[in-house]
Design a protein around this ligand. Sequence first.
Ligand code: 5GP
Length: 200
Amino acid sequence: MLILSSPSGAGKTTISRMLLADDDEINLSVSVTTRPPRPQELDGVHYHFVSDAEFDRMIAEDDFYEWAHVFGHRYGTPKGRIRAGLKEGQDFLFDIDWQGTQQLFQKDQQDVVRVFILPPSLDELRTRLMARAGDSAAVIESRMERARSEISHWDGYDYVVVNDDVYECFGKVREILAAERMRRQRQTGLIGFVRQLMAD
Ligand code: 5GP
């Protein structure tokens, strides 16, 4: 389970897309949210968009690995597909916040890799937010405030990558994934392989 977290505007979505396009072995965990869809967001692709009542029902039925309140809405990681995929040895990418990261880590420390992406500076973050959203100054400032609060959780992660250049940042995340896959305990079948080596 590879978790990518960052304040909005730091480039996490771009890095996630690049990783998913580059690596056939990793699947995106599509979260469930009570937030209304933005233009161009598709149900089942970007999120599963549900009502408050549906979210309540999912909590009651223990359908979430983790869930949290983020900026006035609820977001959660549904268990179904992920549990089945993990059993088959698939890797999953999670675009979740620090609260979800803590919950997943507490549940499954062995299988979780936590990566935090930082912007090169707050000025640069503001520039990116202004370029992207076309929002009012007040909205941008509230996003900046949220960004500061997200950034304050940077020390709850295994890796921190500064996104100065998106290709370089992507390269580093890819290296992290490659190295983490090489960890002895993640290489299933190694015992048999080494036994065979020794027997030869
Ligand atoms: P947005 O509404 O901009 O898509 O996402 C807002 C924040 O919610 C982002 O920081 C994103 O990482 C986080 N988020 C998205 N899905 C989940 C989830 O399933 N669980 C948690 N804890 N956070 C999530």
